[in-house]
Design a protein around this ligand. Structure first.
Ligand code: 7TS
Length: 412
């Protein structure tokens, strides 16, 4: 019989790879349900950072000494690792950034600044994280471009019936999230990229919530840009990547000026390297890139299909159990959802509920989750969000439900 991918993995053993999961909070065992904000780190990633600083630390692309060669080799190997992980044709299509936010700002400035004119349209959705909204607002202010938005249905999916009137030939870029960080909606990005290309628009996929949770192949998705953060997928903070199709990257102007990105510099004028180095001015986050490569090795060791199955089982189970709590509204689609569930309880404000839960060792996030327009769309100021990763268990969700029952009694 066909085995589910999840059944081939020893999830209990995997928990042991995460030293922080043994922490306690307010005297209770930690239940970490905030991985959508940042994931925890396995020992191999922590060791990779330590190993780099203890044995190889030097600046990259500069020195001709042994350590500098080692650091450069490890840094460029990490770039190749990222390229392979997301199915990019070439490592030169990977730019290291601080994370999703910086990746999107890079595109808005270096691509948008060069190619966007007054009257052009950037198409977004109402469910975008502020980091895939504010950079486009700034670009629109500078250039006179217009922003347009795909609405969100009550069930948390995109209102795609309206797409034909929104995705018109004046759209130059369609930028959207793969998985909503508040609703858990998984958007049909491959289909949407194809539709965008049909009207001549480029596409950017915000993969912050998907890169560590499911198989990603940029050529299958057919996107022109893809942005993600290392820290949400077992990697260190301060490192992430932007994938861009080679021809597009090479057509873009630099955004940050400085060392490492030039071919030659005269007092009045400089010439620039090709991508990716054109977009990596200054000393990069070398250790971060190496840590990210270690995180990728670790995730690939488990297998993304198994991780995806495991995490969506948790999210579906949590969404189902939450409905047994009176006066509780659960957001997002029922059938298929990413590794999280957002909800509100009549009994308590999300901040109060989240603070209450923390007293029992349960770490969730309460607030607008950098999704203010989306919260407004659903008529709430914020939600409480439980977000999961492969180190979480069904038992932890049962415990969450117990704690929420207790909260109901406390607040009412
Ligand atoms: N896009 C999405 C869909 C996100 O969920 C986040 C972070 C970002 C972009 C920005 O990523 P960063 O690494 O550059 O900060 N989301 C969240 C969250 O949901 N809670 O904390 C951060």
């Amino acid at each position: 019989m066909h085995k589910l991918a999840t059944e081939t993995v020893d999830w209990a053993a995997i928990r042991e790879d995460f030293p922080i999961l043994r922490e306690r909070a307010h005297g209770h065992p930690l239940i970490y349900f905030d991985s959508a904000a940042t994931s925890q780190k396995p020992r191999v990633v922590i060791e990779a950072l330590r190993n780099f600083y203890e044995h190889d630390n030097a600046n990259v692309h500069r020195g001709l000494h042994t350590l500098s060669s080692r650091a450069t080799e490890a840094y460029e190997k990490a770039r190749q690792r990222v390229a392979d992980y997301i199915g990019a044709a070439n490592a030169n299509e990977i730019i290291f950034t601080r994370g999703t936010t910086e990746s999107i700002n890079l595109v808005a400035q270096a691509w948008g600044g060069k190619f966007i004119r007054e009257g052009d349209v950037i198409l977004l959705t109402v469910m975008e994280h502020h980091s895939n909204l504010v950079p486009w607002q700034l670009l629109a202010e500078r250039t006179g471009a217009r922003l347009r938005f795909v609405p969100v249905r009550d069930d948390g999916t995109l209102e795609l019936d309206e797409l034909p009137s929104l995705l018109t030939p004046d759209v130059k870029l369609f930028a959207l999230t793969h998985i909503s960080n508040s609703l858990g909606t998984i958007n049909p990005v491959a289909e949407l990229c194809e539709k965008a290309h049909a009207v001549g628009a480029l596409t950017l996929v915000d993969s912050a919530q998907s890169a560590g949770h499911m198989p990603i192949d940029v050529r299958e998705l057919g996107c022109d840009f893809l942005a993600f953060s290392g820290h949400k997928m077992c990697g260190p903070t301060g490192i992430g990547a932007l994938y861009g199709r080679a021809a597009i990257l090479d057509s873009m102007s630099p955004w940050h000026g400085g060392g490492e990105m030039i071919v030659s510099v005269a007092l009045e004028k400089s010439t620039f390297k090709k991508a990716p180095h054109r977009f990596e001015a200054g000393t990069p986050n070398i250790a971060g890139a190496i840590g990210l490569a270690a995180a990728i090795d670790y995730i690939e060791g488990i297998g993304r299909p198994a991780i995806f199955e495991h995490d969506s089982q948790l999210a579906r189970y949590a969404a189902e159990r939450l409905t047994e709590l009176p006066g509780t509204r659960v957001f997002g689609p029922n059938e298929e959802r990413g590794a999280l569930v957002g909800f509100v309880m009549d009994a308590a404000h999300p901040h109060d509920l989240t603070t209450f839960a923390d007293q029992y060792g349960l770490a969730m996030r309460g607030g607008h989750h950098c999704n203010q327009p989306l919260m407004r769309r659903f008529g709430v100021s914020g939600t409480t969000r439980a977000s999961f990763y492969f180190y979480n268990t069904m038992e932890e969700i049962d415990r969450m439900i117990e704690i929420l029952h207790r909260a109901l009694r406390f607040f009412s």
